[in-house]
Structure formats: C-alpha cells, structure tokens
Design a binder for this molecule. Structure first.
Ligand code: NAD
Length: 530
C-alpha cells in the first residue's frame, strides 16, 4: 500500500506534487563554469571504449560502433561494443529471467528506483548536458532541456506507478470482492531516436521498468554514448541486474531480430515513419512459439504547421515560427516546417521571420553564444541538402540554401526559408528533419486550416489569431495530437503537455501523461465470492 511508502522520510519529499525540473540559468557564473568544466572532462575522455551491458556483465565485442562529434566529425566521442544476433539472444534470455523476479517487486519499491535515478541525474547534470552537446550537437539550452525532460519522466512515471498501484474503483455487488490491478507485460524492446537521445530513451525505459517489465534498450547508433551514461545512472541506483540491458547494434540486424523474437512482449519505438511501420509490420507476424499479440507503441515523424491569421500579433507569430523551425536545427518531431499565413499579413510575417533567421549564429554548440549547431550526421546532412535543392525548384529561396562551411568540416547547414510553396509540393509533404522552413499563402482562415491538415502526419501545430471563433475553430478542426494556441509548437513539458501524434505520426501514446503507463501494463481482475 502507498501508505508505507508515504511514511518513509526519504521518499516522502519525492511524493510531493510533480513539478517540472527547472532549466539551468547559464547567466549564473557557477552554472556556466560547471558546464565548461564538464565539456572539458567529457572531451578528455573521448575515444574510450565502452562495453554493452547484459545483466551484470559488461561485454566487449570485436566490432565497434563509432560515435563522432557532428561539429567536428573526425573527433571520436567513443567506441561502443556492437551487438550481433547471438548477443541479442543472450540479452533476451537474461531479460526474461530477470522478469520472473522483477515482476514480483512491489510497485512502490520500483518507483523508488526512478526517484533515485532522478536524483543522480540532477547531480550529474553538467556532464550529461556536455555529452549531448558533444555527441549530437545540441546547444546549451537544448541539451539542458533534454536532461530536464529525462528527470521529469523519472519523477512523473514514479508517481504514476504509485497512483496505479492503488485499487481502481469498481462497482460493488453483493457477496463478491472484486479487485482490478495493473500487472506488467514481460520483456520489452525499447528503440529510441537520436534527437532526444536521453529524454526519450529514459521516458520509454522508465515507464517500462516501473510498470514491472524488463527491457532491452537498443539505442540509436548516433548516440550510444548518452545511453551508456544513463546505464551508469541505473547502476548507481542499484537497479537489479537484467532489468535493464543495453544493446547498441544495427537496427537492420539486431533490431529486426528482437522485434520478431517470439518472447518480445512489447516494443516501445520512437523514430521515423518508415522504420516505425516496418517495426509494426514485423511485430504483427506471429512467430512459432509466440503466445501473445505484441503490443507496439510507435511514435513517428511529423510535418508540423504554424498557421497565422490576418489579425494575429505578427511579432509574436514570427518569433514563435523561428524558434520552432530552427531550435536544434529543426531536428525535432515537433519542429515547425510549414508556416501557413493569411494573405493580408503574409509579406509582413515572412519579412520578420527572414530577418530574425539571418540573425541566428551558426557554429559549434560548445560555445554558448551559438544558436544553431550541426545536423546529426553525414546521412542527415546529405539528405537535408537534397531537400533544399528540391525546395529551390518548388518555391522562392529567401535565405540560407547552402552548407555553412567551418574549419572542422562539421555538418552545418544554413537555416533555410523557401516562400510561395504549393501545399502539395514535396517539401510541404515529406519530413525533412532539418533547418528548412516552407511558407504558404492562405486566402482565409479556413484555407489555412485546410492546408495545415493536408499531410499524412498529425503531430503538433500552432495557431496565432486574436479572433475567439478562429481559436475555437482551430481547436476543433486542426487535426494533430498537440495543438498550441498563440504560442509555438515545440517545447512540450512532461505532465503539462502529454505528447503524441495522430495518423502517420504514431499511436498517440501521449508520453508524459496520465494514460501512458497503462500501455506498459495489462489489467487483471480478481473476483472472490464472499
Ligand atoms: P529512425 O527511424 O531512423 O531510427 C529510430 C530508431 O530505430 C534508432 O534507434 C534506429 O537504430 C532504430 N532502427 C532502425 N532500423 C530498425 C529496424 N529495422 N528495427 C528496429 N530498430 C531499427 O529515426 P531517427 O532518425 O533516429 O529519429 C528521427 C525520427 O524520429 C524523425 O522522423 C522524428 O520525427 C521522429 N521522432 C518522433 C517523435 C515523436 O514523439 N513522435 C519524437 C522524436 C523523434
């Protein structure tokens, strides 16, 4: 019962009402110095070898995944043991065996590991932030936001498990005692993307384990380093061996093998539409020896729009568009890649957005002053530049349109704006996942909303207008999982904005919300004659 939990002094404080982790103020000299020191420390450790983790074993392999700094691709951040199918099988057997004991651990005890993990991450904040800056090219503020969100997930899901462990209210009938409880599913496969390589990995992992499941985590090949750092957090809090297994490896071999494995009970995936659909298809096929339908939680891509009305606050809208389009180089599933503006204010909004975009400073995110860092990898860089060339034929190039050259030959791309784009154009319909923004002219508010709804995605969106009826219309008709009115479409907070999208953006699992943990459990009802 939660009462015993509440009585314990160490966890009583943790059970106070959930509050989002505050962002670090880097204007405070002590905070700035802490991050500078952490950057030096993580850089000094670059090039080290890191094992994979199965149960209590740390395993080296003959082949390695090389993680590099996208600002200076010749700089090796670390070499990570790379799993093959036999190690994937070993991880599965270890996770299965750990499940037999972990599922019996009291939910409150499980929640305590998450509270402790949040504490450890708070203590290690500068170092975790430095890893995100160096391994994936986040600016200071974006990296800090990623760490804060990871802490929030631990704090939030721990409380959610405590809530779910209370008996659910059922209708009373005479001569019977009825009880509904949420029990775990089994072994889960957790597949996060590289763009929130700490927060999303931590969110999907902690939701799984606090609900009583054991997991195999296959991090993105771009970001095995930050995944290893989280494994060290879990080691410090004393999570029993085998509950969390870390298995860097290629998606096409290790990923496919574990998705198809008959003992995989569920898959928590966040990534692109293409890979998500493949995971869903493979998971749907029942394998010999499989005795369940696998549950797939798949959060996928976005093509998110901000619509601006004739009477909107043009300055606020332009500011929101720039922040949402170019924060973390446009590599957020929630990023604004389409600005749909009423014809009466189109030129004004476009001019303001272009002007503000030209003022953004591009360069290594190790320097706090830089707003825009590199894109994630050579593959991302080549893909985005190809879309920019397509965009130049589909509209009017207003700014950007080229790589941004640096001596370190990092993957920098100028923030790019293309105006007068047709709503059916490729850069309007396909997810680019980079610093590329398309502008569309709308004849009316209805026309703007129709354009906003014309893709296969439905993740985030924003609407700027001063007309109450237009806000209400947007709330009803703008078909996306997370809609923001008179504010930008990025920056969802755990507990405040449960997050997940419609249509090809995924299963709308609403991470960081009150329904999320249910996806990692099954409800059992016991009815006793009395
Ligand atoms: P991705 O689909 O390329 O990779 C995601 C993960 O899947 C990685 O860990 C990758 O190694 C793994 N993978 C690749 N092939 C696999 C296979 N055959 N089997 C199993 N796993 C496999 O995506 P990405 O480039 O890492 O991330 C960017 C994408 O993620 C964008 O489309 C973005 O919109 C999306 N995203 C969505 C959300 C959301 O909440 N909806 C959040 C963040 C990112």
């Amino acid at each position: 019962m939660p009462t015993t939990f509440r009585d314990e002094p160490t966890t009583r404080a943790a059970m106070e009402e959930f509050r989002n982790e505050p962002f670090v103020d880097f204007n405070d000299a002590a905070n700035e110095k802490a991050l500078q020191d952490a950057l030096k420390k993580v850089k000094a450790e670059s090039g080290r070898h890191y094992p994979l983790i199965i149960g209590s074993e740390k395993i080296e392999t003959d082949e390695w995944l090389i993680s590099t700094n996208p600002s200076a691709p010749e700089q090796i951040i670390g070499k990570f043991a790379k799993a093959d199918q036999s190690l994937a099988e070993k991880a599965m057997q270890t996770a299965q065996s750990a499940f037999e004991s972990w599922k019996k651990v009291d939910p409150i005890e499980r929640a305590k590991y998450l509270f402790k993990a949040a504490e450890v991450m708070r203590k290690r904040k500068p170092e975790l932030t430095a890893w995100l800056i160096l391994e994936i090219g986040k600016s200071w503020a974006e990296a800090d936001g990623d760490v804060a969100e990871a802490i929030d997930f631990c704090e939030y899901y721990a409380r959610e498990m405590v809530r779910l462990s209370n008996p659910a209210p059922l209708t009373a009938v005479p001569h019977e005692k009825n009880k509904l409880s949420y029990i775990p599913l089994g072994v889960g496969l957790v597949i996060p993307p590289w763009n929130f390589p700490l927060a999303i990995l931590v969110g999907m992992t902690t939701a799984s384990i606090v609900a009583g499941n054991t997991v195999i985590v296959k991090p993105s090949s771009e970001t095995p380093g930050i995944a290893y750092q989280f494994a060290m957090v879990l080691e410090e809090v004393g999570l029993p061996a085998g509950v969390f297994n870390l298995l860097p490896g290629p998606g096409a071999t290790v990923g496919d093998y574990l998705v198809a494995h008959p003992k995989t009970r569920f898959i928590a995936f966040t990534g692109s539409k293409e890979v998500g659909l493949r995971v869903n298809e493979l998971a749907a096929k029942c394998q010999p020896g499989q005795i369940w339908i696998k549950r797939v939680i798949a959060e996928m891509g976005g093509k998110d729009s901000i619509v601006v009305d004739a009477d909107a606050d043009v300055g606020a809208a332009a500011e929101g568009i720039v922040a949402a389009a170019f924060g973390f180089q446009g590599q957020k599933c929630s990023a604004c890649s389409r600005a749909i503006v009423h014809k009466d204010v189109y030129d004004k909004v476009l001019e303001k957005v272009v002007e503000a975009t030209k003022k953004l400073s591009i360069g290594t995110p190790q320097l706090r002053a830089n707003n825009l860092g590199p894109v994630a990898s050579r593959q991302a860089y080549d893909g985005i530049l190809k879309y920019i060339e397509i965009g130049k034929t589909e509209g009017r190039l207003m700014t950007g349109g080229s790589p941004h050259e640096t001596v370190e030959r990092g993957f920098f791309i100028e923030p790019t704006i293309i105006a007068d784009v047709d709503p059916q154009a490729r850069i309007s319909q396909e997810e680019i996942f980079g610093p590329v923004l398309a502008f569309f002219r709308a004849d009316s508010w209805q026309h703007a909303l129709d354009i906003a709804n014309n893709t296969e995605f439905g993740l985030t969106g924003a609407a700027y207008t001063k007309t109450r009826a237009h806000l209400d219309q947007a709330a009803r008709e703008f078909h996306c999982g997370n809609l923001y009115l008179n504010r930008k479409c990025t920056g969802a907070l755990v507990g405040v904005h449960p997050f997940g999208g419609f249509n090809m953006s995924g299963t709308d699992s609403k991470a960081g919300g009150p329904d999320y943990l249910l996806l990692f459990t099954q409800a059992k009802v016991v009815s006793e004659r009395i």
